[in-house]
Design a protein around this ligand. Structure first.
Ligand code: PFF
Length: 464
């Protein structure tokens, strides 16, 4: 089995691929709206603290587990301890749930990209454009086509394999993405609303400075747990992906250094995404615009681009290219976790596994898209919101499956196989393991407590 495994050529390729997985719609679409909703600076502070402790511990563990076992998630956990085979199945279930809806959103991004590139960006600013598209009452198959295009592009990259597909794509797309996001962020800070006089710098203050006056115990807890949930999704842990990518890492790669780079990259992009979206929306729509929630990117931002006139069309094109790159590098990792698991478990070829996963994703992704028209229903979720199929899948994967996988991972490596098994893998070439104490305390105590709380909250047992 081992000789059939692909591998990343060099640590840069690995870091870019893992960062490609981490940097995605979560950073650009989810982080800014959570920051805007949750007291900006305070949310960012919680996020960074959690990233350096909780996120770091899980990321190191999963990558080291992958490299140690040379297995994909489905079989890796069982190799450490037979009683934890079920954990592999559960971890693989997460990308299976996420892939369809992630690709549905990827399809929306393609739709926006094509709208802007064909010079019709102003249409996207119209009220009802977003809803009109996802509902597409007269032609409900249209969102399906965009989703399928997104999925096929993802599958083609996967077919290229670890080295010629995933690594090559990451080496090309990630640097471009980074340059684009820095460019748009700087541009956002120079904005000024001629009517109100609001500037990007004013928006920056709202985004970065914590508002302790408005902070209550309840909002503080909500913010901490929003940050925790976001962190999981954002660094792609508790879903098998980093295990799969870790299994392609060469033996002499410095894991500690790579993990730090991946985290910095991911956090930086999330911060920059907020930096370009929050001030821009603030300048043109005021503080109310920032409460647009998930609609910040698809509804509020196109309105901002329209306000900018011709420049807005160009910025809109660049922005959606960037989002598309971020989404594709992530969806590739989600699909790879499933494809690799099938290859390892059943000995299937990459091509066979990819085609099976593609067919599965097209069918389930179509159901997700049709959840806004043909299969429309309103489902109350335990967090008080009402959702469609997409929200249900997002809720189940993020609030139930991922915390359970993470909790079981903490039990496995905190108490059963012990933190030493990971520390030894990371330091086997004589590297230093920074933050050893933080790692041990987090994986044994802090993370399990936070996760149990998160789960109790997800099941509506504890209400904030
Ligand atoms: N981390 C990616 C993001 O922030 O968008 C999303 C993601 C990647 C989710 C891989 C799930 C996953 F398996």
């Amino acid at each position: 089995m081992e000789n059939k495994r692909g591998s990343f050529k060099g640590s840069l390729g690995f870091v870019l691929a893992a960062a490609g997985s981490a940097v995605g719609l979560g950073n650009i679409w989810r982080f800014p709206y959570l920051a805007a909703k949750d007291n900006g600076g305070f949310f960012i502070l919680c996020y960074i603290i959690l990233a350096l402790t909780f996120g770091f511990a899980l990321l190191v563990t999963e990558i080291a587990l992958g490299r140690k076992t040379k297995q994909s998630p489905l079989t890796a956990y069982g190799k450490i301890n037979k009683n934890f085979r079920w954990l592999g199945t559960l971890a693989t279930a997460v990308p299976i749930i996420i892939l369809p809806y992630y690709c549905a959103i990827g399809g929306w991004v393609i739709k926006y990209f094509t709208t802007f590139v064909t010079g019709k960006g102003v249409d996207a600013a119209g009220d009802g454009f977003f809803t009109g598209f996802i509902v597409s009452e007269a032609q409900p198959w249209i969102p399906l086509i965009f989703m399928a295009i997104f999925l096929v592009v993802t599958a083609v990259i996967i077919l290229g394999g670890v080295n010629k597909g995933i690594e090559k794509m990451s080496r090309i797309l990630m640097p471009i993405l980074f340059i684009l996001i820095i460019g748009i962020s700087i541009f956002a800070l120079t904005l000024k609303n001629p009517e109100t006089g609001a500037t990007g710098i004013d928006g920056l203050k709202v985004y970065l400075i914590p508002n302790f006056k408005e902070l209550t115990l309840k909002t503080a807890f909500t913010t901490i747990f929003d940050a925790l949930g976001q962190l999981f999704f954002s660094i792609s842990v508790a879903m098998g992906i980093m295990v799969a990518y870790g299994s392609y890492v060469e033996e002499d790669t410095n894991l500690m250094k790579s993990v730090n780079q991946i985290e910095i990259f991911d956090t930086l992009v999330a911060l920059l995404a907020g930096l370009m979206i929050v001030p821009a929306v603030f300048v043109f729509m005021g503080k109310e615009g920032m409460t647009a929630g998930p609609g910040l990117m698809f509804i509020a931002l196109p309105k901002v681009f329209a306000e900018m006139g011709t420049v807005g069309t160009v910025v809109g094109v660049i922005f959606f290219v960037m989002v598309l790159f971020a989404a594709i590098t992530s969806s590739v990792s989600i699909m790879e976790a499933i494809v690799a698991s099938l290859m390892d478990r059943f000995g299937w070829k990459r091509k066979t596994s990819t085609i099976i996963v593609l067919v599965y994703a097209i069918i389930t992704g179509s159901i997700v898209c049709l959840g806004y028209n043909k299969f429309y229903f309103e489902l109350p979720l335990p967090n008080g919101s009402v959702g469609q199929i997409l929200d249900l899948m997002d809720y189940v994967s993020n609030n139930v499956f991922m915390p359970v996988v993470a909790l079981a991972t903490c039990i496995l490596f905190g108490w059963v196989a012990k933190p030493k098994s990971i520390i030894d893998e990371v330091t086997k070439n004589g590297e230093k393991f920074n933050r050893k104490i933080i790692y041990t305390v987090t994986i044994k105590f802090v993370a399990p407590v936070l996760l149990i709380f998160l789960l109790l909250q997800a099941f509506g047992i504890v209400k904030l």
